[in-house]
Write a protein that binds this ligand. Structure first.
Ligand SMILES: [Mn+2]
Length: 328
């Protein structure tokens, strides 16, 4: 990792102690994750929240969407609810690169007396005074772990959650965001006797027939451009309807494209409304996915990013191909 000088380390330590101070001071704390939560967002939220509860704090776990079935296996997932109208002493967001990622939770988050953001996106846009951000870290759960370790709050349940978050966002230790530190943390987590292979199966591999049908259907229509260096799939409303699935079922399917040796940029467009698409981008080599996402007001990581895009499908495709072509 870059910037690991003594000075940066001290700055991070100051930041940790500032956050610990705020936590100690607060009696009631609301923790928040982003809209359409993934395994890292939910695991980070639950690990942090459960740890704060063990300190005797009154903790609320907020997300503006229900927990997807896939993640109901996470310890404490039944504690997560839609935000209420109360004003909390402290609000902490996890895995949110910008304020709008909070979606329907934004108002509740901002109404708290103090706010803290914990995040790992290189595209992070500061939206509150206190932040704990390590752009490029494999998962937000990795940063939550370092905080909870300093606070001596890690137990078996929390270790399992942190592991689930890391597994999700590192593609089970396969993506280029996986560093020595990621493996070292995983090693420490295994000391808590967590069911590692069960967690990997549940959050990373397990699928169901409907998702399988969606996957085979959409992949069979994949398009390739520029000598197979760019790949694109579209999840249309019809694909979702006829396979009895929805946008939450698309996770991971794009990996099949970027795994093809010639492909350097992979796109997935999911139709979410009239001329409205959710765009996912995966890249390899030196192509910056978050840079492409930012063209549409989105963001993310170097090799994985996303955005919302409006327009006619053919126009969007043309624009995406050009953006990729210019960067390969
Ligand atoms: Mn994440």
């Amino acid at each position: 990792m870059k910037n690991t000088g003594r000075k940066t380390e001290n700055m991070q330590n100051d930041r940790y102690s500032k956050i610990v101070d705020e936590i100690n001071r607060a009696k009631d704390i609301a923790v928040y994750c982003h809209t359409n939560p993934d395994g890292d967002a939910l695991s980070s939220l639950l690990a942090l929240g459960l740890a704060l509860e063990s300190l005797g704090k009154e903790v609320k776990f907020f997300c503006d969407c229900p927990v997807p079935d896939k993640y109901k296996c996470l310890k404490g997932s039944d504690l997560i609810s839609l935000p209420d109208k109360r004003t909390y002493s402290l609000a902490i967001s996890v895995d949110c690169a910008s304020i709008d990622r909070l979606g329907g939770s934004m108002r509740s988050f901002l109404s708290a007396r103090k706010q803290i953001a914990i995040d790992h996106h290189s595209s992070f846009e500061r939206f509150c005074e206190i932040t704990l951000v390590e752009g490029g870290a494999a998962a937000c759960a990795q940063i939550v772990y370092k905080l909870l370790k300093k606070m001596k709050l890690v137990n078996k349940d929390i270790a399992g959650l942190i592991f689930a978050g890391i597994v999700t966002d590192s593609g089970c230790f396969q993506f280029s965001n996986t560093t020595k530190e990621t493996h070292l943390i995983a090693c420490e987590l295994l000391d808590y006797d967590i069911p590692a292979s069960d967690i990997i199966y549940n959050v990373f591999r397990r699928t169901d027939k409907a998702k399988f049908n969606l996957k085979t259907r959409v992949l069979s229509k994949a398009e390739f451009f520029e000598n197979d260096s760019i790949a694109l799939i579209v999840f249309s409303k019809k694909d979702f309807e006829e396979t009895n699935t929805d946008t939450s079922c698309t996770e991971g399917i794009i990996s099949e494209l970027i795994d093809i040796s010639t492909v350097e940029v992979a796109y997935a467009l999911s139709e979410v409304g009239q001329k409205n698409y959710k765009l996912s981008i995966r890249t390899k080599n030196d192509v910056d996915a978050s840079d492409i996402a930012m063209t549409f007001g989105g963001g993310g990581h170097f090799n994985a990013a996303g955005a919302r895009v409006n327009g006619f499908l053919e126009d969007i495709k043309e624009k995406l191909i050009k953006l990729a072509k210019d960067r390969i």
